[in-house]
Design a protein around this ligand. Structure first.
Ligand code: ATP
Ligand code: MG
Length: 283
C-alpha cells in the first residue's frame, strides 16, 4: 500500500484530489479523516498541513507527497521532485511600500524584511551579498510594513492583488513555485510499480488535456489539403462514405488554433464537422 501525503485543506487540497479523480483513483474525503484509502487502487491518503508534508515524506511516514515547491525548498529535506503538477502556481517576491523609491537590490542593505520563508530569503540575500535583517512571521506578512514590523516583505504572490490592497509593490521575483509530487527515493519495489502506474496516468491525462478529436465529411479531392491543415499523431483516419466522391476524416488535433483550423476546413469543403473532447490519450 503506497501512502501519499496531501494538504488537508487550503489551496492545494482540491486540485490534489481532482488530480487523483482524473486518473481514475477514487478519493473518499467526505469524512475528512486524517487517513483514507482509495477504494479502487492500493493507495492511502494522509491529510496534513502543507508545512508538514516535506517532513513526513523525508522520514518515510508517507512514500509520496503533494506540496508546493516553495515548502520543499524552505524545509530543506532531501527530497526528489518526481514530477511537477501544473497547479498551485505562485512566486515568492520581495515587495515594499509603493511610495518608496526602489533603485535596485542594494536598497535592502540594512533593512528589515518580514517573511514566512526565512531559509529561501537568507539564501537569496547571501547570494546577492545583501546584509538585511530577516523577521520571521508566520501569518499576514503583508501587513508588516504598515504595522512597523519591517521595511519590506518577502511573501507568496500569485495575482498580486493582496500586495496592491496593502499598498505594496512587487520589486523582485525570487522563487517560482507550483505543486509537485515528491518522494524520498526509498520506495519498495511494489510501491515503485504503483508510482510508475500513477505517473503513466498523469502523463496521459496531461497529453489529452490540450487535444480535441475532430471528424468531418470531406470531398475525396480535398483530403490532401485537410491533412496539411490537421497534422495528426501518425496520420488521420480516412473512411469512404456511401456517397460517391466523399469520405469521412477523423483526427486528433491540438486545441490551440482550433477555430482557424475549422475555418480552413470549411473553406476546402468540409461538412458536418464534429469536435469532441479527448478523455484519455496514450501516445
Ligand atoms: P496549511 O493550513 O496547510 O498550512 P497554508 O495556509 O500554509 O495551509 P495555503 O494558503 O493553502 O497554505 O497554500 C498552500 C500552497 O499553495 C502554498 O504553499 C503555495 O505553494 C500555493 N499557492 C499558490 N498560490 C498561492 C497564493 N496566492 N498564496 C499562498 N499560497 C499559494
Ligand atoms: Mg502551511
Amino acid at each position: 500500500m503506497l501512502r501519499i501525503a496531501i494538504q488537508s485543506k487550503g489551496r492545494l487540497n482540491e486540485d490534489s484530489l481532482a488530480l487523483f479523480r482524473e486518473i481514475g483513483i477514487d478519493v473518499d474525503d467526505s469524512k475528512r479523516r486524517f487517513l483514507s484509502q482509495a477504494p479502487n487502487f492500493p493507495i492511502e491518503f494522509l491529510y496534513m498541513r502543507d508545512d508538514d508534508i516535506p517532513q513526513v515524506v523525508a522520514n518515510g511516514t508517507a512514500g509520496l507527497g503533494i506540496v508546493g515547491l516553495n515548502e520543499v525548498e524552505e524545509k530543506g529535506f532531501d527530497l526528489t521532485v518526481v514530477t511537477k503538477l501544473g497547479f498551485g502556481g505562485c512566486r515568492i517576491s520581495l515587495a515594499l511600500p509603493k511610495t518608496v523609491d526602489y533603485p535596485g537590490l542594494s536598497w535592502f542593505n540594512g533593512k528589515r524584511i518580514a517573511t514566512s520563508y526565512p531559509n529561501i530569503l537568507r539564501k537569496f540575500l547571501s547570494e546577492n551579498a545583501i546584509d538585511a535583517e530577516v523577521e520571521v512571521i508566520t501569518g499576514s506578512v503583508e501587513i508588516a510594513p504598515a504595522a512597523g514590523i519591517a521595511d519590506a516583505i518577502f511573501d507568496i504572490v500569485s495575482s498580486g492583488s493582496t500586495l496592491v490592497s496593502n499598498g505594496l509593490r512587487e520589486v523582485e521575483k525570487v522563487f517560482f513555485s507550483e505543486a509537485v509530487l515528491v518522494s524520498a527515493g526509498r520506495l519498495s519495489e511494489e510501491d515503485k510499480a504503483l508510482l510508475e502506474e500513477i505517473l503513466f496516468r498523469i502523463e496521459s491525462a496531461r497529453v489529452s488535456k490540450d487535444k480535441k478529436y475532430i471528424l468531418m465529411n470531406l470531398p475525396e479531392s480535398a483530403v490532401e489539403e485537410a491533412v496539411r491543415i490537421l497534422p495528426a499523431m501518425r496520420s488521420p483516419t480516412v473512411m469512404p462514405l456511401a456517397a460517391e466522391g466523399w469520405c469521412s476524416l477523423h483526427s486528433v488535433v491540438d486545441a490551440a488554433g482550433l477555430w482557424e483550423k475549422l475555418r480552413a476546413l470549411k473553406a476546402i469543403g468540409a461538412e458536418g464537422i464534429l469536435v469532441l473532447n479527448v478523455d484519455k490519450l496514450i501516445p
